[in-house]
Design a protein around this ligand. Structure first.
Ligand code: ME8
Length: 511
């Protein structure tokens, strides 16, 4: 049986249309999911939308719609974005679905049965934009006297009856859990942030609201709706079949990676494992918090008019180029500034020149000088052996980096081999060997074909369409593109289709 791998994106709020920030997380998860599938895993990849809570209720009211009609519409926009950026998700969850309401009610009951939830009253600050409670000490005061959350979100003073989760009782057990699972929070800097937050002391968490209705009712007390974060986090177990532990999907739990932005790390790395452990359910294996994209150093916002639309970017630069750029430009985990100039430069230098030209040069030499057939591998010179070896060890290197979600480093490893292959072709100059030693020329071209095959195979998760086209041109069958297939040499003499450039240069249109 294949080993299992479960990966999730955050479920996105449906208060507005998706932008490049949402596409970023989803693409990163897609790359990871595709990588694992090609590496022999049985993958379950989940994304979806977070549809309850005050923020969505307010957005619906502002649009003059019922929350349900509003979320039905906006959720579709997220589904469409998911398709547009080539996502291979296995499920798309909406928190307004019945399966989710059932799972939340069951989770709640388990927490109550175990004495982890009690009724009290909340009096304190709340930021609707973040759907989060804040302590006085966390707030900043603006010059006009109003208070804001660390995220800049406005806060309001809330007084209402509320159920509480005994988070304070979990402080030591959470710290022990982080200790026992050193890779639970990645990158490591984020882990330190979370542990200091927990060490600074945890208060019981308000987990229900009575001042609005748009949420999942608390079992046995329908005046309350569940706090939207408890509802939202539970999506990850709903989709795995909870509470039906006989469901085969439940074998995917605990999730291997919850991929999130750094803005929502606290919810995933503190509240979520506490809820689960308190309910007697296994905690996820990892939460990876990536960084934040800004545009020219500014936060994306409707009012600044700088919101980047993934659809437009994919239409302009090509979907695979966009996917590549997002994971290449910034080490995964760091913040980045989005720039079209940087995207075009990577497209032209790394994709068109380094990789595209290497493939096009090698394949057109084969087409013209080897009857369009894949040459045999011949006796290897030392230079050949070094080149072949670099490609042969690449999978292991890349796998180790991907297992830590180090996408940029994995791409850099692959590019080291691509650059080495470009240096190799220049040194060996097969175009000159054509006249002096055609047998040797054929052997050199075979080394290159094998290297390109390895590189294209490993790059499939990042650029599925372009790498598929490259593998077509190398005569690699659709059923021989997983990583295990790399161990089987391509058959000598197979007829290759006529080569075609896969990565055209991007030429800026004159203004
Ligand atoms: O927080 N740069 O939903 P959300 C990078 N519903 N990533 C960005 C980004 C940016 N500028 N903007 C958004 C929620 N993201 C909750 C989640 S999960 C149980 C509930 C990405 O619609 C990033 O992944 O506000 C961030 O964490 C997420 O979108 C926030 O999406």
């Amino acid at each position: 049986m294949k080993p299992k791998f479960y990966i999730t994106t955050p479920i996105y709020y449906v208060n507005g249309a998706p932008h490049i920030g949402h596409a970023y997380t989803t693409i990163a998860c897609d790359v990871m999911a595709r990588f694992k599938r090609l590496d022999g895993f049985d993958v379950f990849f989940l994304t979806g939308t977070d549809e309850h809570g005050q923020k969505v209720e307010q957005a619906a009211a502002a649009a003059g719609m019922s929350p349900q009609a509003f979320t039905d519409g906006t959720s579709e926009l997220f589904k469409a974005m998911t398709q547009r950026v080539g996502i291979s998700n296995d499920d798309f969850i909406r928190t307004t679905e019945d399966r989710h309401k059932r799972a939340c009610a069951e989770l709640w009951k388990r927490l109550v049965d175990r004495g982890e939830i009690y009724l009290g009253g909340y009096e304190g600050w709340y930021a609707v934009r973040d759907e989060a409670f804040y302590d006085e000490g966390e707030l900043a005061t603006r010059p006009d006297g109003t208070k804001v959350a660390p995220s800049g979100a406005p806060v309001e003073w809330v007084v209402e009856p509320s159920y509480f989760f005994r988070l304070s009782a979990w402080q030591d057990r959470l710290l022990a859990f982080y200790d026992a699972n050193p890779d639970f929070i990645l990158p490591a800097t984020r882990r330190n942030e979370v542990t200091s937050f927990v060490k600074s002391g945890l208060r019981d968490l308000s987990v229900s609201r009575t001042s609005f209705k748009w949420g999942i009712p608390v079992p046995g007390d329908p005046d309350h709706v569940m706090y939207v974060w408890l509802d939202a986090l539970a999506n990850y177990i709903t989709a795995a079949g909870f509470p039906d532990e006989a469901d085969p999907k439940w074998d995917f739990w605990p999730a291997d990676v919850h991929m999130v932005g750094k803005d929502i790390l606290r919810f995933h790395a503190v509240y979520w494992p506490a809820f689960l452990l308190a309910a007697g359910i296994a905690a996820p294996r990892r939460v990876f918090a990536h960084g934040w994209w800004t545009v020219a150093g500014e936060k994306m916002s409707k009012s600044l008019g700088n919101v980047l639309d993934p659809q437009e970017l994919a239409d302009t630069y090509g979907l695979d180029s966009l996917r590549y750029f997002l994971l290449r430009e910034v080490p995964f985990g760091n913040d980045g500034t989005f720039s079209r100039k940087a995207l075009v430069s990577r497209l032209n230098v790394e994709l068109a020149n380094d990789l595209g030209n290497l493939a096009q040069r090698s394949l057109s030499l084969i087409a013209r000088n080897c009857d369009g057939r894949l040459p045999d591998s011949g006796p290897r010179t030392q230079d050949d052996a070094i080149m072949v070896r670099l490609a042969d060890v690449l999978l292991d290197d890349v796998r180790a980096l991907m297992d830590r979600q180090a996408f940029g480093d994995a791409l850099e490893e692959i590019w080291r081999v691509i650059r080495a292959a470009n240096a190799y072709i220049d040194r060996q100059a097969p175009w000159a060997l054509r006249k002096t030693d055609p047998v040797r020329m054929a052997h050199v071209l075979r080394v290159l074909a094998d290297v390109i095959r390895t590189v294209a195979t490993l790059l499939q998760p990042f650029m599925p369409e372009k790498c598929g086209a490259m593998l077509d041109q190398l005569g690699v069958g659709a059923d021989a593109r997983d990583f295990a297939a790399l161990a089987v040499p391509l058959a000598d003499g197979i007829v290759l289709p006529a080569p075609q450039g896969v990565f055209p240069r991007f030429v800026e249109e004159a203004e």
